[in-house]
Structures are given as C-alpha cells and as structure tokens.
Design a protein around this ligand. Structure first.
Ligand SMILES: Nc1ncnc2c1ncn2[C@@H]1O[C@H](COP(=O)(O)OP(=O)(O)OP(=O)(O)O)[C@@H](O)[C@H]1O
Ligand SMILES: O=P(O)(O)OC[C@H]1O[C@H](OP(=O)(O)OP(=O)(O)O)[C@H](O)[C@@H]1O
Ligand SMILES: [Mg+2]
Length: 302
C-alpha cells in the first residue's frame, strides 16, 4: 500500500493500559471495529475499516489531537482540560472538538486533607502546600477562590504526599474514595467533574475520513443508548393494564400482545430508558403481573 493511501486511514488514539483502556476497546468492538490487538503493538490495524488505533499514555492523547497527529481520541476531560490550560499559557495550539461525552471514566478531581485536620472552607488552604498531577486545574480553582497556596507537581502517588511531609493537602482523582481512605485523607472540595470524551482534531477535511466518522457516530450513539436501555417483558391482567403501564419507566408505546389460550392476561413488551428497580417489580407483582423479564439490549438504532 502506498504511503499516500495509508495516510488516509483514520487514526484513533486510546489509552494503552489503565482506567480507560478496557472501556475504550469495548466501545470500538461494539461499534463493529475488528481490531487486531497484540499486546506489545502500539499501532493496531482495524481489519474491516480504514482505521488505525494508536495505543498510548493517556497524557499524550490531547497533544496528539491538538497537533493533528491523530484524528480522534478517547481521553478523560480532566487530562484534556489540564493540557488545554497548559497550552494556552504556552501560546501553543489547543484546538479540538468534543464529539461525544462517553459513559465511562467517571471521576472527580478533589482536594483532600489529612482526616484529623479540621476544614471549614477553601480559605483553610491559604498558605498551604498542595500536591497534584493537575497543577493548571488546581491553580485555576485557587485563583477563582482567591486563595494563595503553593502547588507541588507530582506525576503519581500523590496520596502519599502529606504523610511523606511533601505537602499539607493533595488534589487528585477520586471515584469511590477508597484510595483517600486508605491513605488517611478526607475529600474536602470537588474542583472538577470528569468523564471520558471522544475528541476530534480541528480541520479534518479528508472526505473518506469524514465519511467514516459519520458512520461511527450513530453506532457510538446506538451503543450508548443500548447500554442505558432495557427490554422489559411481562404478563399482565387486562383489568390492571393502565396501572401496570404507568409503573414502567419510559413505556409510552408498549407492545401489547394476546396470550394463546388465556383471555385474562396479555403480554407487555417495552424498551425502557432505564432499568427496573426491585421495588417497581414488587409493585408490578402486587398488581398481578407475572413472568417479569428485564433483558439487556446489545445495539439500538432509532
Ligand atoms: N478511579 C477512577 N475511576 C474512574 N475513572 C478514573 C479513575 N481514576 C482515573 N480515571 C479516569 O481515567 C483516566 C486514566 O486513569 P489512569 O489511572 O489509568 O491514568 P494513568 O495512570 O495516568 O495512565 P497512563 O499510564 O496512561 O498515563 C484518568 O485521567 C481519569 O479520566
Ligand atoms: O477513589 P478511588 O476509587 O479509590 O479511585 C481513585 C484512584 O484511582 C486512580 O488511580 P488508579 O487506581 O487508576 O492508579 P494510578 O494512580 O496508578 O493511575 C486515581 O489516581 C486515584 O489514585
Ligand atoms: Mg497518565
């Protein structure tokens, strides 16, 4: 294949290994991409589409998009925003378009202090030293709050900084809070909420590549919609139909089918925008519903 043809392949950057890699890979697979992934390979060919997947450190993804090296990328908003702020300070290009906010990589960037410390509000951080991997996001927050604090930038293991005497507080990513707990810290301020996002480089104008993106986007939307939806089936007494339908989330147009050999019951099928809570299932049962099934949906195109 000539280099010119090769350059038309769409280049997508994803995290090689870490919190976003499994979900990113699963999303591509659900969208029908057959990726030839071999553990050590940094560039993986998609067999059935003109796409190459670049597997890199997540920190490098915003830069690869902003410099036009890759066309699409999946990265946490926290890393994206930090890189944007840094590049704006350095007068470097920081252009990109967010195509989709994804349904994974949900976390928050928070300030935490030792558990035994009393903390009332952000003014308690005045004059303190705060360790973080996100100095620009932290500096922006401190400026907004009118707080003067010293920022120490660490690449990792931020949570040990207070115990190691490196800092009074930290600013790091939190999801369940287990890591903070394990390190004797408590979350006191949430400064940024993040999810994984699909981003595109600016000025992408190759026709084939744009067509490919236009093909991928409905698939991504379909996968995400399917993840959020459930297919609900149940049998219901005809006499209680109205009440039962009212209990089903998002059941404006349910399918109602007769049951062979039973005039008292009907089958209800509905695609619901959310799952059914156990409490709702118990209420349905109390109204005479039976054979209640809640099924996952793999793909959707509406
Ligand atoms: N506990 C968490 N729960 C959910 N998402 C998270 C969590 N921690 C981080 N993330 C999201 O996943 C991204 C990648 O996190 P990860 O810890 O894998 O990064 P990393 O150690 O910097 O990896 P890399 O080796 O690629 O640089 C984060 O930037 C954030 O957007
Ligand atoms: O609130 P929690 O659920 O405990 O999650 C928070 C931790 O998760 C991330 O690290 P990760 O486990 O990805 O490891 P890393 O520090 O090596 O990136 C993040 O940097 C925190 O340390
Ligand atoms: Mg990283």
């Amino acid at each position: 294949m000539s280099p010119a043809t090769e350059s038309k392949r769409l280049r997508i950057a994803m995290q090689k290994s870490g919190r976003l890699s499994v979900d990113s890979q699963a999303l591509f697979a659900s969208c029908g991409l057959k990726i030839n992934l071999r553990e050590q390979r940094l560039i993986a060919h998609v067999e059935n589409m003109a796409i190459d997947i670049l597997r890199v450190r997540d920190d490098d993804i915003p830069g690869l998009i902003m410099d036009g090296v890759c066309d699409l990328g999946i990265v946490g908003e926290n890393v994206l925003e930090e890189e944007s702020l840094q590049r704006k300070l350095d007068n470097d290009s920081a252009d990109y378009t967010i195509l989709k906010r994804l349904d994974f990589g949900s976390c928050r960037l928070s300030i935490a202090v030792p558990q035994e410390e009393s903390y009332a509000n952000s003014s308690c951080l005045e004059g303190k030293t705060i360790a973080t991997t996100y100095p620009r996001l932290l500096a922006r927050y401190l400026k907004q709050q009118g707080v003067n604090a010293r920022i120490v930038t660490l690449k990792g293991s931020v949570e040990v900084a207070p115990r190691a005497g490196l800092a009074d507080a930290i600013c790091d990513l939190v999801s369940t809070g287990a890591t903070l707990d394990a390190n004797g810290l408590k979350e006191v301020e949430v400064i940024y909420r993040s999810k994984a996002v699909l981003i595109q480089r600016k000025n992408l104008c190759d026709d084939k590549q744009l067509k490919l993106i236009n093909k991928l986007m409905p698939r991504i939307n379909g996968v995400m919609q399917a993840n959020e939806s459930k297919y609900i089936m149940l049998h219901a007494p005809r006499t209680e139909l109205e009440q039962i339908i009212a209990l089903l989330p998002g059941a404006e147009n349910p399918t109602i089918l007769p049951l062979a050999g039973n005039d008292n019951l009907v089958a209800i099928h509905v695609v619901s925008s959310e799952s059914l809570f156990w409490e709702t299932m118990e209420q349905l049962k109390a109204l005479g519903a039976s054979s209640i099934l809640v099924l996952p949906i793999e793909k959707m195109m509406v």
